[in-house]
Structure formats: C-alpha cells, structure tokens
Ligand binder design. Structure first.
Ligand code: ATP
Length: 230
C-alpha cells in the first residue's frame, strides 16, 4: 500500500489558487522530496496531508485514513515538523519533549530521542537560547515523539550553516533507516537530490514533475540541450 495518496488536491485562499489539481503518491519507507519556489503551494499541500487545512476538492489518503474525517487515526501515525514552529521562549528542551509525549498513547522514550538528536546536554536550556540547528533538532524530536509511521519535515535546513545542514541530513537518513516514511519539503535541490528517493517539483500550485533525482537531472540537461540547439 502507498503510505500517502494525493489525488487532484485543490485549495484556494479567496480567489487565489494555491494548489491546483496536485496528485502524487508516497511509497512506504521512502524519502519523498517536495521542491519548488516560494509560494509554490508546498506548505499548503503538506498541511492538507496533515489535516491542518481542508481541501476545496480532491482526496488524500494517509495509510488509508482521511486526514479531515479520521483526524485521530492520522494524528497517531503522522509526525509533523512545520516551518516556523513556535514554542514559548521560556520552555526548556526536556519540558517541551515531556509535554509533547503526554499527547500520545504510546510515545517514544523522550530521553532516548533527546539523546539521538544530540540534545541531552541542552536539556535544561530554554528554547530562546538554542541555536538555529538545535531548534531544528528539537522540532524533529517533537515530530518523532509519537513514534509516527510517516514524518513531514518542512524547510528543515533553511538558515542553517553548512555543518548543521549536513548533521541534519544524516539525522534524516537515520530516521528513514528506522523505518519512517518521510516527506521532505525544501527549497534546495542539493538537499532534495541527496536525500530523496523521488522528488515532486511543484510550481504555481501544480506538479511539474515527479521523478528520481537522476531522472530529474536527465530531464533538465535534456531540456537545456534543446534550448542550446535553439
Ligand atoms: P514557501 O516556500 O514560501 O513556504 P510554499 O510553496 O510552501 O511557499 P504555500 O505556503 O503553500 O507555498 O503558499 C501557496 C500560496 O498560497 C502563496 O501564494 C501564499 O501566499 C498563499 N497562501 C498561503 N497560506 C495562505 C493563507 N492562509 N491565506 C492566504 N493566502 C495564503
């Protein structure tokens, strides 16, 4: 079974069409990249998968469940790290993890998760005092605390320095190796190429292509050659 199936998803804000007939499937166990420029509709798409937005039309299945109608079932199976997650400045790392784990019936051991994400030394540090990379690692830990089958990671490495980006990449690979299906939303082609099994290119609310990284590169060099001949 596909982990996620999105069919003809359509979402508008007032007159503005943000997502226009988007369709794709995500296979169990893969890292599925979603790439596209600002305002392309990436966040609206993944927030619809997470049940945070109600589509105007189209259908979404998450492990056979409907994100709007089967909210509880989807919440148990899907971990979401959203862009610009906001936490109270004063909350400490351990407090945030303990609080989030209390939301789930079968939470992961949050101390193990804190260790896995290299945050144990920072357990008494308040959110506002964390570096950008540490904040991102905390948001990954919070997305994983419910032991999800699928994790959505939105713009995880934006604003991070090169070393923190590489550290985050190897973490994502470890999460995938632990059996979690991942949707990775990014602006960066190098990141999408390095991590993803397949990538959807979204532009202007539409899917321009879904392919493997190698397939996308072959397409883009073929179209450049055509342009060159012209
Ligand atoms: P970014 O990379 O900048 O996050 P994105 O690809 O994730 O962009 P979305 O955030 O899904 O794109 O936005 C798609 C379009 O919908 C944009 O034009 C955006 O301005 C608009 N939009 C998003 N959320 C809202 C909202 N709540 N109300 C009105 N318009 C919105």
């Amino acid at each position: 079974m596909d982990a996620i199936e999105v069919r003809n998803l359509h979402k508008r804000y007032g007159k503005h069409v943000a997502v226009d007939e988007v369709s794709f499937t995500v296979e169990e166990g893969e890292i599925f990249g979603i790439i596209g420029p600002n305002g392309a509709g990436k966040t609206t798409t993944v927030e619809s998968i997470a049940g945070l937005r109600t589509p105007d039309s189209g259908s979404i299945s998450v492990l056979g469940f409907n994100p709007v109608k089967d909210r509880a079932e989807v919440r148990e199976r899907l971990g979401v790290q959203l862009q610009e997650s906001s936490f109270p400045d004063a909350i400490k790392v351990s407090e945030a993890l303990e609080l989030y784990s209390s939301f789930y019936q079968n939470p992961a051991d949050w101390r193990e998760l804190m260790d896995l994400l290299g945050l144990t030394e920072k357990r008494h540090t308040r959110y506002k005092a964390l570096s950008g990379g540490q904040k991102q690692r905390l948001s990954i830990a919070l997305a994983l605390v419910g032991t999800p089958k699928i994790a959505i990671l939105d713009e995880l490495t934006t604003g991070l320095d090169p070393q923190a980006r590489r550290d985050t990449w190897s973490l994502i690979e470890r999460v995938r190796d632990a059996g979690v299906t991942i949707i990775l939303v990014t602006h960066f082609m190098d990141e999408a190429e390095r991590l993803s099994d397949r990538i959807a290119v979204i532009d202007g609310g539409r899917v321009a292509a879904v392919d493997t990284p190698a397939g996308l590169i072959a397409r883009s060099s073929a179209s450049q050659q055509v342009r060159f001949r012209l």
